[in-house]
Design a protein around this ligand. Structure first.
Ligand SMILES: NC(=O)c1ccc[n+]([C@@H]2O[C@H](COP(=O)([O-])OP(=O)(O)OC[C@H]3O[C@@H](n4cnc5c(N)ncnc54)[C@H](O)[C@@H]3O)[C@@H](O)[C@H]2O)c1
Length: 283
């Protein structure tokens, strides 16, 4: 019997936004470690040199191969240079995961132009720059590849108090479909991972316990769940999957819309259902 692998041994991967910011989820390091554990050499690109070097050290400590690249990937010229540097240190660029993104918060009615522009640049435009530049290189290589970006469930459902973030992540979900269609003929796949509320990691959620609350039917996703999804989409296990967004949210976005729950069940069973459970704002 053959042991199932990920098809990434001896391959090269680029992770954009590879570093860790204290108090945040740490999707970059988790993804670098997973790709390296699957046998890829990882070019760890980050705007912050210290963070890039830190994640490289973590990969090397775990027995993997990685090297740092420092660049601001919201800048088109720096993306070009960073991908050149990554390519020079990798056997080939076979996978690319873009982690970069973040939200600013305000009411839709009050958002400033500056916050709108920052959010679209950091969550959507830079993904376009990275996919375009890495995609071109994959076309030149002629051996296909996998592009992955972190979207969010906020790009699928409403993004209350962070409207630009939801709109930008919806843009990422659209972008992977277009790259999928245009680059499929070169064997290049493009997909997104849409995390639910990972917050600062959720790694302390006790093993074997389930949430059962009104937000997470299963349990909140952890950083490693997002990294596993990114690894899967980069791997040969996903070689016929493209243009898709893989939601990793512990089931949160599958919740029934009308507030049905155990308490309401007897009422509905007896046919006494109605609008009573829904609030109303008097005009
Ligand atoms: N944590 C959650 O609950 C959650 C939920 C949904 C989606 N996400 C998505 O996860 C991603 C962020 O994950 P995180 O919080 O673990 O990462 P983070 O923001 O803590 O770290 C990302 C890394 O990217 C680097 N970076 C930032 N801007 C850069 C730039 N212009 N060029 C190069 N590097 C840059 C930072 O230095 C940092 O090391 C975002 O795309 C976010 O939208 C997170």
């Amino acid at each position: 019997m053959d042991i199932i692998g990920f098809g990434l041994e001896g391959k090269g991967a680029v992770v954009a936004g590879a570093g860790a910011v204290p108090g945040r989820a740490g999707h970059g390091p988790a993804t670098c470690l997973r790709l390296a554990a699957a046998g890829a050499t990882v070019a760890c690109i980050d705007i912050d040199e210290g963070r890039a070097k830190e994640v490289v050290a973590a990969v090397q400590d775990s027995g993997g191969r990685a090297f740092p690249v420092v660049a601001d990937l919201t800048r088109r010229d720096q993306v070009e240079r960073a991908v050149e540097e990554a390519a020079a240190g990798l056997p080939s660029i076979d996978a690319c995961v873009d982690i970069i993104g973040g939200a600013r918060w305000d009411r839709a009615a009050d958002f400033s132009v500056e916050d709108w522009d920052w959010t679209v640049l950091n969550n959507l435009t830079q993904v376009f720059f990275v996919f375009q530049t890495v995609g071109r290189r994959m076309i030149e290589q002629g051996t296909g590849g996998s592009l992955v970006a972190l979207a969010s469930v906020d790009g699928i459902a409403a993004a209350a108090m962070h409207a630009p973030y939801g709109a930008a992540k919806a843009g990422v979900i659209s972008l992977v479909k277009t790259f999928s269609q245009e680059m499929g003929k070169y064997g290049i796949r493009a997909n997104a991972v849409a995390p639910g509320a990972v917050g600062t990691g959720n790694e302390d959620w006790p093993e074997g316990t389930w949430s059962g609350d009104s937000v997470n039917p299963l349990a909140p996703p952890r950083t490693r769940d997002i990294a596993n999804a990114a690894l899967f989409l980069c791997s040969s296990l996903a070689e016929r999957i493209s243009g898709q967004t893989l939601v990793v949210d512990g089931g949160a976005s599958t919740r029934e819309l009308w507030g049905m729950n155990d308490d309401l069940l007897p009422q509905f069973r007896s046919g006494q259902y109605g609008q009573a459970q829904f609030g109303r704002v008097e005009g």
